[in-house]
Design a protein. Structure first.
Length: 584
């Protein structure tokens, strides 16, 4: 796995840079545009550069399978500065028995646990410096500077090789093992050429192994990932950065009994996120399609009819368990379109992924994910298996702070996390986590027994409605909720379009939020049949549910525990609003 990652003068990271200590599970948190994605992209750039067919091409591969920085890579330069020296370095502890080399010896295994490789490059001058360091502390440095007084040298430390040499390959070829093989002797007073060349084989093999692992052991899954129906076949173990090859990969795995342990895991976690009895394969031999069964009714459906959050998380699940064991899986914002309750299951998924043999490095904007870390203990993880970093922009660089995870799985050093922990009860944080930040946007779904009289101007419901608007509440609607409001308001002698008129007013005031959650997945334990569409909105958008229905209120504890929302009666909601300040 990756043990360290060093970044300097790359995207948001400036001259100061930072070296990350990476754990089996590493989490990056922080505001937008703080540099979190740059960390994953640095690894992706190194991986796609290593993956080039011959390894002898010049420079970085700026436009490969994971990242596209343009033809000249200017998008990756810090502040577009061509004179700044980009530095990317990594340390990896390699499992050589997963590699396809035919000359692996125990000596090589020992040398490559771990191996470090650092690349320094100045685009303006086209100069390069490559350093490889082995576990024995032996080090080789290849330096290349073009021009009238060009330099192309190779020197060593702690390797029993003395003097200055010329490498076999030029210094532009990133990840080329021959950068560290002696081709000529510059300093005649140094170690004799044949002896020195013999000793460089350890660096050569280390770079070969590192390059192969970086090619086959790195997988990047970006945001806005959706499985796509396809008309071609592609057999590798990647879902693609945007999830575009998920169905292709799943159909390949499901078709062979030898992948049964993988497909069992994928189906197990797909079910947790609403996709039961997952299938993938060719439809009429023309295109790849996916399907699942509705977890409540058992109805077989096409994958395109599943919830958006389920579709977003499926590529993540597939990539974690389909990649070769010992891989590093890089994931951007895995929580996209998932309800906060499901964020807890994310930590459980990652814990199981680490137990399965993978390393997971992710970025997140979820407050729940770091707080739910103790859930990973079920899968054998300890606080020492986790690293959390908070990133934020500071002047022309990124300020990185490692957050300590103590033996009780709490994070110290970041005020927001401390406030979250202090706000949660020790015996029921799952139930209470929704109330944590005092500036949390209240997104309320209100049942028709309250909202329809409020729209019709009836008291006391209308007073509640106006007070909620003054207190900055947002209101959550779905198509079914709007249809019910339109039907019920006619019982008050109003036309149905009065509801639409009121919703347009909420839109104009930025008080309107839309839920697209599937009410069919709401079981009887969460809501009576007639109220499933109201409770469903708590799966993806709403964090407060206001209801006068006895059936809903009787399920208050279950709803709060499972969906991490606050359930209020009409009277409780009115009392709560009276304690809140008006909008600024």
């Amino acid at each position: 796995m990756l043990e360290k990652l060093k970044i300097r003068n790359f995207k948001a990271f400036g001259e100061k840079g930072f070296e990350f200590r990476l754990a089996p599970l590493t989490i990056l948190v922080g505001p937008n545009a703080s540099g979190k994605s740059a960390v994953l992209e640095a690894v992706g750039l190194m991986s796609q550069t290593a993956a080039r067919s011959s390894g002898t091409q010049s420079g970085f591969d700026w436009g490969g399978r994971w990242i596209d920085f343009g033809s000249n890579g200017e998008a990756a330069l810090h502040s577009g500065n061509l004179n700044a020296e980009i530095e990317l370095g990594l340390t990896a502890s390699l499992d050589l028995f997963n590699l396809k080399q035919d000359d692996v010896s125990q000596e090589h295994v020992n040398l490559c646990r771990p191996v470090s490789y650092i690349v320094d490059h100045v685009p303006k001058t086209r100069s390069w410096k490559h350093v490889v360091k082995l576990s024995s502390n032996a080090e080789a440095m290849s330096t290349y500077r073009p021009g009238p007084n060009s330099v192309n040298t190779l020197e060593f430390r702690n390797a029993g090789i003395h003097g200055l040499f010329g490498p076999v390959s030029g210094g532009e070829a990133v990840f080329n093992a021959q950068l560290f093989v002696i081709g000529s002797q510059i300093d005649k007073a140094g170690t004799p050429f044949p002896e020195a060349q013999q000793k460089t084989t350890m660096f050569y093999h280390a770079m070969r192994y590192l390059r192969e692992w970086m090619t086959t052991g790195i997988y990047l899954v970006g945001p806005n990932r959706l499985p796509e129906e396809q008309k071609y076949t592609k057999h590798d173990y990647a879902v693609g950065r945007w999830g575009e090859d998920t169905l292709n990969l799943l159909s390949y795995l499901f078709a062979s009994p030898k992948y049964r342990d993988i497909t069992v895991k994928i189906n197990e976690w797909a079910k947790v996120f609403g996709l039961e009895s997952l299938t993938a394969g060719w439809a009429r031999q023309k295109e790849l399609q996916g399907g699942f069964s509705d977890p409540n009714t058992g109805t077989p459906l096409g994958l395109q009819f599943s919830g958006y959050g389920s579709q977003q998380i499926l590529p993540v699940i597939a990539q974690i368990f389909a990649a070769p064991k010992g891989s590093s899986i890089l994931i951007e914002e895995p929580e996209i379109s998932l309800h906060p309750a499901a964020h807890i299951d994310l930590i459980r998924l990652f814990g199981d992924g680490v137990r399965f043999g993978q390393q997971i490095l992710l970025t997140t904007h979820s407050s729940t994910v770091p707080l739910a870390l103790s859930e990973a203990a079920e899968f054998g993880l300890t606080p020492g298996d986790v690293a959390i970093y908070h990133l934020q922009r500071e002047l022309d660089d990124v300020l990185v702070q490692e957050l300590e995870v103590d033996s009780n799985w709490s994070e110290d050093g970041f005020p927001v996390f401390r406030q979250l922990k202090e706000s949660c009860s020790r015996n029921g944080w799952r139930k209470r986590i929704w109330i944590v930040p005092t500036n949390l946007e209240v997104r309320a779904v209100v049942d028709s027994q309250i909202m329809v009289p409020a729209i019709a101007g009836k008291e006391p419901q209308h007073g509640f409605y106006m007070l909620a608007i003054q207190r900055c509440w947002k209101f959550v609607f779905s198509e079914l909720i709007v249809e019910e409001y339109q039907r019920v308001i006619q019982e008050y002698g109003f036309r149905g379009d009065v509801v639409i008129h009121e919703l347009n007013k909420l839109h104009a005031m930025n008080k309107y939020r839309t839920s697209r959650a599937d009410h069919h997945v709401v079981g009887e334990e969460l809501a009576p049949r007639k109220d499933k569409h109201i409770v469903a909105a708590c799966q993806d958008v709403a964090n407060v549910l206001v209801s006068s229905d006895r059936g809903v209120l009787a399920r208050k504890d279950v709803i709060e525990r499972r969906l991490l929302v606050q359930v209020m009666s009409f009277e409780a909601a009115c009392s709560h609003l009276n304690t809140m300040p008006n909008c600024h």
